[in-house]
Write a protein that binds this ligand. Structure first.
Ligand SMILES: Nc1ncnc2c1ncn2[C@@H]1O[C@H](COP(=O)(O)OP(=O)(O)OP(=O)(O)O)[C@@H](O)[C@H]1O
Ligand SMILES: [Mg+2]
Length: 149
């Protein structure tokens, strides 16, 4: 499933639509170069799940946690993090929280920890805006992508 957004507001709106579809145990991996819109998409996603917490880039804190009623959103940024450090952040706990939704920017270093059935989003600069592609890796993520269509 492919989308193009022409402003950061549109990227955020797409994130909001995605967030409304998510539930505990879902993992969303956000691949894309610097400035591709990963944090912007996450800001909308967090709103869509139902949290009013302030969303900021976890580049220096590595992980941020937002509350949305009974759900928790774990927002990770593994830029320049090694696979060993990823474990120290607590990633195993995050992906196994039945009420937790994990959103990971620069997910490469955490590949060993994600469930097979996860949503893979690739973001890139395209023209004046951004291109986003959503790919499912199993039945649950397929359900999310279908609902997004
Ligand atoms: N569709 C779009 N068109 C134009 N600008 C956009 C679009 N989507 C997001 N942006 C802008 O791109 C900039 C970078 O976005 P963002 O911080 O979300 O990127 P990122 O992928 O998280 O970057 P990093 O790799 O540094 O974490 C922001 O100023 C954001 O408002
Ligand atoms: Mg970011």
């Amino acid at each position: 499933m492919r989308f193009a957004t022409s402003s950061s507001g549109e990227t955020e709106a797409l994130g909001r639509r995605l967030g409304r579809l998510l539930k505990g145990w879902d993992v969303v991996c956000l691949y894309g170069e610097l400035g591709a819109g990963k944090t912007t998409l996450t800001r909308g996603l967090v709103r869509g799940v139902g949290s009013r917490d302030r969303v900021a880039s976890p580049t220096f804190s590595l992980a941020r946690v937002y509350r949305a009623g009974r759900k928790t959103i774990y927002h990770l940024d593994l830029y320049r993090v090694s696979a060993g450090q990823t474990r120290d952040i607590g990633i195993e706990e995050f992906v196994s929280d039945p009420r937790g939704i994990c959103v990971v920017e620069w997910p490469e270093a955490g590949e060993a920890y994600y469930p097979k059935d996860r949503l893979v989003v690739r973001l890139s600069h395209g023209g004046a805006g951004r291109r986003l592609s959503f790919r499912a890796r199993g039945p649950r993520s397929r359900e999310i992508v279908s609902a997004l269509a």
